[in-house]
Every structure is written in C-alpha cells, then in structure tokens.
Design a protein around this ligand. Structure first.
Ligand SMILES: *Cc1c(COP(=O)(O)O)cnc(C)c1O
Length: 386
C-alpha cells in the first residue's frame, strides 16, 4: 500500500545531511577513524548530583503519576529564583513559567497557539530548523530574516517590507546563535521590543545557549529589555546548560498570555514532564551553577585550540565567546559548504556541518562543534594540515 504524506510534511525542506550521513558510513566501512565536529550534543556528563536526584525521586510513588500540565511549582520556583539571581528579572512562577519536554517541543508547538493559516512568521536564516517546521505545521508562512556577518549576524528589521509586517504574528530569534555563535546584547533586545510592539509581533527568543560562554561576561536575556514581558517569551533548555539533552527538560518564561496559549496547545497534546526529571532540573538550577563554570572552562580551551589551529591553516573564523560552535568561512573559494564538507570527510575522515544545512544564508560557511576532547581536536588539526 502507498500512503500519501500530508502537504505540511511535503512542505518541509529536504534533509541536507542525508548525503553526508551516507558518506560517513562508507568512510567508516573503509576503516577510517572518524572525528566528528558535527554533533550539537555535549560530550561532558550531567553533574552527578543531578542524576542522584533523578534516581531518588523516580522511586517515589507520586512522581510515577501523570505530572501537572504546567509543571511542578517547585521547578517553576527554581526557574523564577534563578532568573532573579542571574538576570535580575522577576517572574511569577505560577503564571509566567511553563515546563517543557525540552525547548524544541515548546518552539515547535508555539505557532499552533498564535498563527493562523496564511499568517507570517519571521525566522532567522541561518537558523535552527524547528522555527520553520513549527511555522509550516501551523499553516503559517515563514519569512526569512537574513543573518549577515556584516551585521554581526543580527537581523535588519528595516529590510522587512510593510505588507509582510502587517501579516506577521510571530518572530523567532536565537542568541547566542546556533549556528553562527553570534551574541546579542541588551541594546539590540531593546530595539527588538520597540519593533515588535509597534508591529504587534510576538517575540519568541530561543535562549538555549544562555549559559554557554567562554568570555568574562554572561549572555544577556531578552527579558532584561524594557517592556520585553509585554510582547514576548524566552525559551530555555537544561540540555546545554547541564548536559541534560537526554532528559528532555526545558521551559518557557515571560508574557502570561503567550505562556497560556502555549500551555493550552500542550494540554491537548502531551502530559507534561516526568516529575523526577523536573526535580532533578530544579536541583541543577538551585545548586549546580559551579558545574556550568567548569564546562565553560573546558569549552574555552577547546575553542582556543581549534580557532588558533584553523587560523594557522588559513581559515577565516567568526570570533565569538559564546555557544560551543565555531563558525568559519569555507576555506576553498570554489566550493559550496556541502562540497567542502564532503571532500573533507572523504580525504581526512573529519565531519563538519555545512552552513547551507541551516538555510540559504548559511552558504559559504561551515560549523564545528566543540563537543569533542582537546586530543581529538589536535588530531583533526594535524589531519587537516597534512
Ligand atoms: C539544542 C537546541 C535547542 C533545543 O534543546 P532541547 O534539548 O530541546 O531543550 C533549541 N534551540 C537551539 C538553537 C538549540 O541548538
């Protein structure tokens, strides 16, 4: 029997990494030791104490039941306390925080709450593919905001035509940015709030890398901007902060009405986050910020090693202190990012992610993840130089 997939599935962009995945298997079959800079999943372990809380709490009967839809109040209070300490932003844990089964889930579901068929959603390019997928699933029309190096990979709102602004309901932003590693400061977020209020566009700021930085100063939160809570929410993840990608826990914080809308969608589709995981996450936010510092020291060393080595090899690297990504120009002028990634894998067994996989404006760049050890980075640099 043949089943026709829905139009919404057919509208998704083709999976650009399929060819590289296939080639990877072939190269591996030749016996080559693959070094992958392609993985956006921390190699460092979840802090032990967090895992202990999960173990203990999973044995308690009440935690084995359906959780509450909006999340345990204890988790939401920990979020609120952490926001206060970290950003000096106050959030009502009862109404302005929502637990998520990972932030990807919330990002993908948000358009279902506020976007009607034909409405426009502003999405950054290059960008995390879920903004587009969530938009398409809701029947919305993605409108690309190009992120260009000459603007430090920040969107230029003055480029967006008036008729698009009239139809735009929602805008996704993501800083520190995946894949470019670019950051945004409070000044930019103040501009975002002004622009969004003027045009009545909901802002959804994806802050997955909030705690991943190697510079002196932590990253700014969108919710620190004047009036941000009137127009937007911020998505957070414990995945990158505490190396908890497998646990599936994140949260949304900010405007009560927007949080409510997202919550209403979720009530109809899922049944919340396993309570033992929420308690483990709350423990992390309350007690494990030292682990975050230790991670960042490791990323800093890896970043310095890789960036220094790439520059010696003639790569033009975009300089940043945030995320665990290194974003660089394709070093060969006559090759697309995909062609370069394919030839690098074939010749050296090294995997990098072609920028075009994140959208058309990612063409000309490749992304390295700093999720492998210094020794492997050194080995890769030797291979690339040889
Ligand atoms: C990793 C990542 C997320 C999602 O993380 P979850 O594990 O779903 O919480 C969201 N946005 C970006 C840009 C990411 O890189």
């Amino acid at each position: 029997m043949r089943f026709n997939q829905s139009d919404r599935l057919k509208k998704l962009p083709v999976y650009l990494f399929a060819e590289i995945d296939k080639l990877k298997s072939q190269v591996k079959a030749r016996g080559v030791d693959i070094i992958s800079f392609g993985i956006g999943d921390p190699d460092l372990p979840t802090p032990e104490a967090i895992v202990e809380v999960l173990k203990k709490e999973s044995e308690i009967a009440v935690n084995q039941k359906y959780p509450s839809y909006e999340g345990l109040l204890k988790f939401r209070e920990s979020v609120s306390n952490w926001y206060n300490k970290r950003f000096n932003v106050s959030l009502d844990p009862e109404t302005e925080v929502l637990s998520l089964i990972g932030s990807k889930e919330g990002i993908g579901h948000l358009p279902l709450a506020f976007v009607n068929p034909g409405d426009v959603v502003l999405i950054p390019d290059p960008g995390y593919p879920v903004y587009r997928a969530g938009t398409i699933f809701a029947g919305g029309i993605p409108y690309i905001m190009p992120l260009k190096e000459e603007n430090d990979f920040l969107p230029d709102f003055s480029d967006i035509p008036e008729d698009i602004l009239k139809k735009a309901k929602l805008m996704f932003l993501n800083y520190p940015n995946n894949p470019t590693s670019a950051v945004a400061d409070r000044h930019f977020f103040n501009e975002v709030v002004k622009f969004a209020k003027k045009n009545k566009i909901i802002v959804a700021h994806d802050f997955a890398y909030s705690e991943v930085y190697t510079g002196e100063k932590g990253n700014d939160s969108f919710l620190e901007a004047n009036g941000a809570k009137e127009i937007g929410i911020e998505f957070h993840s414990l995945s990158k902060t505490f190396n908890m990608t497998g646990f599936r826990i994140g949260f949304a914080a900010g405007n009560e009405e927007i949080i409510n809308g997202l919550g209403a969608v979720k009530t109809n589709l899922d049944s919340g986050v396993f309570q033992a995981i929420q308690l483990a996450g709350a423990y992390g936010l309350d007690n494990e910020l030292k682990a975050v510092e230790d991670n960042n020291k490791i990323y800093k060393k890896r970043r310095e090693l890789l960036v220094g080595g790439l520059e010696k090899l003639g790569y033009k690297v975009y300089k940043s202190d945030a995320t665990f990504y290194v974003w660089t120009h394709v070093p060969k002028a006559n090759m697309t990012s995909k062609e370069f990634a394919v030839s690098l894998l074939n010749e050296t067994g090294i995997i990098v992610t072609p920028g075009s996989g994140f959208g058309g404006y990612g063409e000309g760049y490749i992304r390295f993840s700093l999720t492998i050890s210094e020794n492997r980075i050194k080995e890769a640099l030797v291979r690339m130089g040889g």
